[in-house]
Design a protein around this ligand. Structure first.
Ligand code: GLA
Length: 730
């Protein structure tokens, strides 16, 4: 039993292998948060609750009943609003009478087997007897607004998911102005925030800072989870490092705008609140209607590495779905950085032929195959083949590519539209744009109104026809601009605050229809690279193109930063040309291969222009990737260095049974007179002996982990070294 209710003390305790979570229904009916973190046994933790007279300190107290209780200092599971907790709120409302308060008190709870689902939203799933669910119901007596807090406890996985539902059980309408998914109060400790900022072609750069006595916010108001911030954050002890220290992860399963807020309050309690971005949010609930927030995946671990391992496993097994999520992924060649918009059947087939000869499994036709798409000014919305570029149609090219023994994949950007498209000419009211205002363009394109069911149905028609009529094994689903001018012509004025969220629901409904109707197709997410890299998209697309920056050295930070929350099997990573198209840097093809192999691997360069020795290297890389793929995708991942510092980056994969390991190292800023490098490996069996294939030495796991491994001098520009370790079985 991972969820236990102690009726006498009104305690609800959630337990996972290494963590405990406890809450209590107090005498006034508030749902107090008591603990989340290391295990505490069956102890009732309510002894911690402070009883002080707060009447003079400026804090409102529950005076008529209890002078010693103030919501302003009470750790809570989800806050009320407007009634005397001045810290970050989980919720903001406008009631039918214009008042702005809600005060939630316990009504009931239920505990059941299995994991709850959330209508219309992606949510973690149970693979059979993995999870239990707790639902606590609270209510505001005056308006009848009901709050249902759901907890999914994955005992063996050290994960607790949370979400909230707001139900209007009153008689008047209620407007939700904010509805967070989670509130987590941490009454004890010195906490840092580790978050992942960035921009286009520079996503998920780790940044760590103290949570001060102020409000710190990371989030996105862009209608997508964004390049600029990621909906995954870590709150960790000031002293925590990769190996030790209290670390909490919070990951929102959502692909739209989000907000994660942190505040260290007057009594040094840190509050973290995470959920949908509320900047322009307003959701009208008529009596009887309800609103579901997206879910947050919480995990607690000792050290950042263990926390990452918890998320890697959970994303792979409990978020990503479908036929492909645990399967070997095809090694692909994508034509984008090879030819950009300059494509025709001969050029594409020429590229595919070279790829097939090198052992590559799949060809992906990127942007430019449809409508009047000669550059990025036209064509989005017209998902019909451009016969000028491909006069024999798609099937002729697909047939030839399949004839090479390769699968065929194709690029689409369904949520977007160009003004210069047949779709726009037919349906100008299908774009997001306020009446009378010229909408703001991004990459010369506008955004379709995904909150409008007609738009979603139209896209379903186009995309399902594309998949039905052609032998397509893979879809790259792009999204190349941020969303503004958020106004739907299909909704009344008072519901315009709902458009951003309804947009995301429309996207999810389309993805759900297509992924369930075409289970054999591998969907890859993308958004100008990694601008929508989140657990919401991963529910439908088990891999996402990580970044438009394909420079191997820059990728080390982007892949390393992403690795805090997401497994390498989700990170699309390609070998591209040198000099690199984004940075101009030249790195060896071997280094580019080593870096891209730590992901969902592929190539994105003009293979017809390569030297014989580069082609030979690629042939070897493809063979090696197939050999190492299980270790890389299923093994445990260790960051051996800080990805943001130092003159080299090293990382390691260890198979779950510790019998095999792959250690990778890249010199990121070559130095003159470089000294030998000394690195401690991780995760090995200390009592076993390992043979290192590359130098044929046999060294014990304990020695490699505690005394370390010394690399000989490594010279050249941005060189990479790989070491394959195998345990010597007795
Ligand atoms: C985005 C993607 C690229 C490519 C282009 C095509 O930038 O991230 O990989 O598909 O769009 O326009």
């Amino acid at each position: 039993m991972s969820i236990v209710y102690n009726q006498q003390d009104k305690l609800l305790t959630l337990t996972t292998v290494n963590t405990a979570y406890q809450m209590q229904i107090d005498d006034l009916g508030f749902l107090r948060h008591l603990h989340y973190g290391r295990r505490t046994g069956s102890q009732d933790l309510s002894y911690q609750v402070m009883k002080f007279d707060y009447a003079f300190s400026g804090n409102p107290v529950e005076y008529r009943k209890e002078r010693n209780v103030s919501l302003d200092i009470l750790p809570q599971e989800y806050t009320s609003c407007g009634v005397g907790d001045f810290r970050l709120n989980s919720l903001a409302v406008i009631n039918a009478d214009g008042s702005r308060s809600a005060r939630f008190q316990y009504v009931s709870h239920e505990i059941c087997k299995g994991k709850y689902a959330i209508p219309e939203l992606p949510a973690a799933y149970d693979n059979g007897e993995e999870a239990e669910t707790l639902i606590v119901t609270l209510r505001d007596d005056v308006t009848g607004l009901t709050l249902k807090l759901s907890y999914g406890v994955f005992e063996k996985l050290d994960v607790i998911t949370r979400c909230a539902e707001l139900v209007n059980d009153g008689t008047g309408s209620v407007c939700l102005e904010k509805a967070a998914s989670v509130c987590l109060d941490l009454p004890l400790g010195n906490w840092d925030l580790l978050h992942f900022w960035g921009r286009h072609a520079m996503e998920r750069q780790p940044e760590r800072q103290t949570i001060g006595h102020c409000i710190t916010t990371v989030g996105s108001t862009r209608g997508a989870s964004s390049h600029q911030h990621n909906p995954f954050v870590i709150v960790c002890d000031h002293e925590a490092n990769e190996d030790h220290g209290d670390c909490y992860g919070m990951m929102l399963v959502y692909s739209g705008g989000f907000k994660a807020e942190f505040e260290n309050d007057q009594i040094n309690c840190v509050r973290a609140v995470m959920g949908i971005d509320d900047t322009y949010f307003s959701w009208k609930l008529e009596p009887g209607q309800s609103f579901h927030t997206p879910e947050v995946i919480l995990s607690f671990a000792d050290g950042l590495t263990s926390l990452s391992h918890n998320y890697h496993h959970f994303i792979r097994h409990n978020i990503c779905r479908g036929k492909h999520h645990l399967e070997k992924r095809p090694v692909l060649i994508n034509n984008w950085e090879a030819t950009y918009f300059d494509l025709n059947e001969d050029i594409m087939f020429g590229l595919a032929k070279e790829a097939a000869a090198l052992g590559i499994d799949q060809f992906v036709l990127d942007d430019g195959w449809f409508g009047k798409r000669y550059d990025d000014n036209a064509g989005l919305g017209d998902w019909f083949v451009n016969y000028d570029k491909l006069p024999n149609g798609l099937d002729s090219l697909i047939g030839k590519i399949n004839g090479l023994g390769m699968k065929f994949g194709i690029w689409v950007e369904p949520e977007m539209i160009n003004e210069d498209s047949d779709l726009y000419r037919a349906h100008p009211d299908w774009v997001l744009a306020e009446p009378g205002r010229v909408p703001t363009f991004g990459r010369n394109q506008l955004v379709l109104d995904m909150s409008n069911k007609d738009v979603v149905d139209y896209l379903y028609g186009c995309l399902s026809a594309l998949l039905k009529e052609h032998n397509i094994a893979y879809i790259k689903w792009d999204f190349n601009r941020s969303v503004c001018n958020v106004y739907s012509h299909a909704l009344p004025a008072e519901r315009q605050g709902e458009v951003s969220h309804r947009f995301v629901l429309g996207l999810y409904s389309l993805l759900e229809r297509l992924t369930s109707e075409f289970p054999d197709v591998l969907f890859e997410g993308c958004s100008g690279g990694g601008g929508r890299f989140d657990a919401g998209m991963l529910y439908y697309t088990p891999q996402i193109w990580l970044s438009d920056d394909t420079d191997a050295v820059e990728r080390l930070v982007i892949q390393g930063g992403t690795s805090y929350g997401y497994p390498v099997s989700t990170m699309g990573a390609h070998v591209s040309a040198a000099p690199n198209h984004q940075t101009g840097r030249t790195t060896p093809i071997h280094t580019r291969g080593v870096v891209a192999m730590s992901g969902a691997f592929g190539y994105e360069l003009d293979l017809t222009k390569l030297s014989q020795s580069d082609k030979e290297e690629i042939r070897k890389q493809v063979i090696q990737y197939h050999q190492d793929e299980v270790l890389i995708h299923q093994g445990l991942y260790y960051r051996l260095t800080d990805v943001t510092k130092g003159y080299y980056t090293a990382w390691q994969f260890v198979s779950e049974d510790k019998s095999k390991s792959l250690v990778n190292l890249v010199i990121t800023s070559p130095q003159p007179n470089a000294m030998p490098l000394h690195i401690r490996f991780k995760g090995l069996d200390p009592d076993a002996l390992y043979r290192i294939a590359e130098d044929d030495r046999v060294i014990s796991g304990a020695a490699l982990m505690n005394a370390g491994y010394t690399y000989p001098q490594i010279g050249g520009d941005y060189p990479a070294v790989q070491l394959h370790l195998s345990r010597i079985e007795e």
